[in-house]
Design a protein around this ligand. Structure first.
Ligand SMILES: NC(=O)C1=CN([C@@H]2O[C@H](COP(=O)(O)OP(=O)(O)OC[C@H]3O[C@@H](n4cnc5c(N)ncnc54)[C@H](OP(=O)(O)O)[C@@H]3O)[C@@H](O)[C@H]2O)C=CC1
Ligand SMILES: O=C(O)[C@H](O)COP(=O)(O)O
Length: 483
């Protein structure tokens, strides 16, 4: 049943510490991917409001940076407490807005509170260093360098739809702990969840002006934000083509980009197939494959391919399909366009003679989990990131062939290797071009204090709590020339 539009909530933007409607007078309707109806409206912020938000962030940032680390940390810890208090409400917003299972949405909120608290602790325990001049040949003993870290200024945090709370906070928390101001641009589909998260931060007592939340279409205010002279660093997570565009638009400021992936699961003939199947299933299909770190292709040694495919088939056919409210693994994709795209990859593969093991049915934006065997290099699904529940299996004869195919992809986020021979695992891991290689486990970002990075078209720079604090601050060297 369609909601009564007049009863729906219109959310305000958080600009320079005030919740207010945009002067544009325009709002954007947010449609739930599984309810298939509008669930609320967010503000379409103007360029003038962006200017004012950035100006306020610069002004507030000086006082914020002058606070002690523990004072900044106390605000962030209260933020974590508020998130936990509002866990159910925020999780419900995530579920409705991006169609993530309710239990997983709750986990996302709790994971975010843990991430914030860890970020505070990490920042408290990061120390500067001192250097003696005579450490270098001929250097004077009486020269003493003190190396500290200072904020960059104002950080632009741009997050994607699929972790609207966690991936936003993984940028905002380190930026604030490092003493920066923040402009937060959430994914439009994810804005309501972002607003609820920032309400919690506001309740925690964040000083006014230090952070603004600018809702609006990336295609409308995105470039304006990215090119703005008042932005000193950009931390972006999203698709590779958007990331590439950003890197061209931004000028001479540090950029951290976490982009798409085509993570392979390499299954050797000596693998424990129970372990491999469990990891592949979880890695490929949770949240309908809408994770950058999802396993997006299987490269299996032909000696065990029949057995692996049969095991995968029975598991795929047992996946729960339906609504995020019932915690189904397979849920409707974020929008119809995404479902059309996934369907086009399946159609292309089948037209080029891939074997349909199971799946290939669809209702609106709900794509049933699909397993394709005998996928070849000619098929788009071998190379393109679907961000949906379709898993291609490519049969290989040797580890070398698997490594070659793994590396032929433009992406290099993560990879998994399944074998019971640890030397073999390390030998393969060393040759695979990826930010992280998982041995006998699924590809995944967490735990959140691990470095998280992609190589090639999967990104630039490193996230993970410690590395985010580093990338959002710069070294400052003060040299004492003693008598
Ligand atoms: N490596 C990683 O850590 C992750 C990578 N991803 C990747 O993200 C993609 C899916 O997420 P999705 O949200 O659809 O990605 P998009 O690239 O479409 O959007 C990401 C963010 O960029 C914004 N944006 C769009 N255009 C511009 C612009 N010109 N300037 C500035 N910002 C802009 C979007 O805003 P708006 O919504 O308003 O368009 C959104 O906030 C997948 O490819 C996935 O692999 C996702 C999660 C993690
Ligand atoms: O957004 C993504 O897809 C992530 O960065 C992956 O996170 P996860 O591995 O914890 O799902």
């Amino acid at each position: 049943m369609a909601s009564n539009v007049s009863e729906l909530m219109t959310y305000k933007a958080y600009l320079a510490g005030e919740w207010k409607p945009s002067s544009s007078g325009e709002t954007i309707a947010i449609k739930s991917p599984y309810l298939r109806e509008t669930i609320g409206f967010v503000q379409a912020v103007t360029q003038e409001e962006v200017d004012e938000a950035i100006r306020a962030a610069h002004e507030a940032e000086k006082k914020w940076a002058a606070l002690s680390l523990s004072e900044r940390g106390a605000v962030l810890n209260r933020w974590a407490d508020e998130l936990v208090k509002d866990e159910e409400e925020i999780a419900r917003a995530v579920m409705q807005e991006v169609g993530k299972g309710y239990k997983d949405s709750r986990k996302e909120v709790v994971r975010t509170a843990d991430l914030i608290r860890y970020t505070v602790e990490e920042a408290l325990h990061m120390h500067g260093e001192s250097l003696r001049g005579d450490g270098f040949p001929g250097g004077p003993q009486k020269k003493l360098g003190v190396v500290e870290r200072e904020p960059l200024g104002v950080v632009l945090a741009i997050s994607p739809f699929n972790y609207p709370v966690n991936l936003a906070a993984s940028k905002i928390a380190p930026a604030l702990m490092a003493g920066n101001g923040v402009i937060f641009k959430p994914a439009t589909q994810g804005s309501i969840s972002g607003i609820k998260m920032i309400e919690a931060l506001d309740k925690a007592g964040l000083p006014k002006g230090i952070l603004s939340l600018t809702t609006g279409r990336g295609s409308v205010i995105g470039d304006y934000l990215v090119e703005h002279k008042g932005i000193d660093m950009i931390s972006f997570t999203g698709g590779s083509s958007t990331g590439r565009h950003l890197s061209k638009q931004s000028a001479m400021i540090p950029l951290v980009l976490e982009l798409g992936g085509k993570d392979p699961a390499i299954v050797c003939e000596d693998a424990d197939l129970d372990v491999a199947v469990k990891s592949i299933m979880n890695g490929a299909f949770s949240y309908s494959g809408q994770r950058c770190t999802a396993i997006k292709r299987v490269l299996v040694n032909e000696k065990v391919a029949d057995k692996l495919v049969a095991m995968l088939k029975s598991q795929v056919e047992n996946l729960s399909v339906g609504s995020p409210e019932e915690d189904s693994t397979i849920v409707p994709l974020i929008d119809d366009k995404s479902a059309d795209f996934v369907q086009s990859l399946i159609d292309d593969a089948l037209a080029k003679n891939a074997t349909l093991v199971t799946g290939n049915s669809r209702k609106d934006n709900l794509i049933y989990p699909t397993l394709l065997d005998n996928v070849t290099e000619e098929m788009d699904v071998a190379w393109v990131e679907p961000f949906g529940p379709v898993l291609p299996v490519i049969r290989v004869k040797t580890d070398e062939e698997a490594i070659k195919l793994a590396n032929k992809s433009e992406f290099g986020l993560q990879a998994s290797i399944f074998t019971q021979d640890i030397d073999r695992a390390f030998a393969v891991a060393k040759q695979v071009e990826a930010g992280t290689v998982q041995i006998n486990g699924r590809t995944e970002r967490g735990p959140d204090h691990f470095p998280f990075l992609g190589v090639k078209a999967s990104g630039m720079g490193v996230q993970g709590i410690h590395n985010s604090l580093i990338s959002m601050s710069r070294q400052k060297v003060t040299v004492m020339n003693l008598k």
